[in-house]
Design a protein around this ligand. Structure first.
Ligand code: DQA
Length: 143
């Protein structure tokens, strides 16, 4: 099974960015966790991070016919992006949305997810472990 993990803006700043909310683990730690998960679960995991909405849309479109599942943390675009929502709908690849923080316990605008409308499942507030849980969810339901 081939899974694409997509991270949106500022996720590359993990470890530096608001550690009280996102924790002290770095983006490199997240990439290592994904590599470990791929090995342990016998999966192919590719990852992509961008701070640009259009680049995220391009990557989702390019996943068509190449990936069996998508794990996506659209970060701030979660709460604004009809373009990413439409891209996920366009490719119809099963997608799981991940949020490192518990967005439901934060500002009201973070409780609205456009992108989640095209996802089969959402994991919030489990830190970096949420990515592993999302991968396992895709393997269990679509592998
Ligand atoms: C986030 C939550 C978003 O509201 C925020 O804009 C992010 C990260 C999370 O992983 O908790 O950048 O998606």
């Amino acid at each position: 099974m081939k899974i694409l993990v997509i991270n949106g803006p500022n996720i590359n700043m993990l470890g530096i960015r608001e550690p009280g909310i996102y924790g002290k683990n770095t983006f490199a730690d997240l990439l290592a966790l994904l590599e470990r998960t791929a090995m342990e679960e016998n999966l192919t995991i590719e990852q992509f991070q961008s701070n640009h909405e259009g680049a995220l849309v391009d990557k989702i479109q390019e996943a068509l016919g190449r990936f069996d599942g998508i794990v996506i943390n659209p970060a701030a675009y979660t709460h604004t992006s009809v373009a990413i929502l439409d891209a996920l709908k366009a490719v119809s690849i099963p997608a799981v949305e991940v949020h490192i923080s518990d967005v439901d316990a934060r500002e009201p605008f973070r409780q609205i997810s456009y992108t989640g409308l095209a996802c089969v499942h959402t994991i919030k507030g489990h830190g970096l472990d949420g990515y592993r849980e999302a991968v396992l969810y895709l393997k269990e339901h679509f592998g």
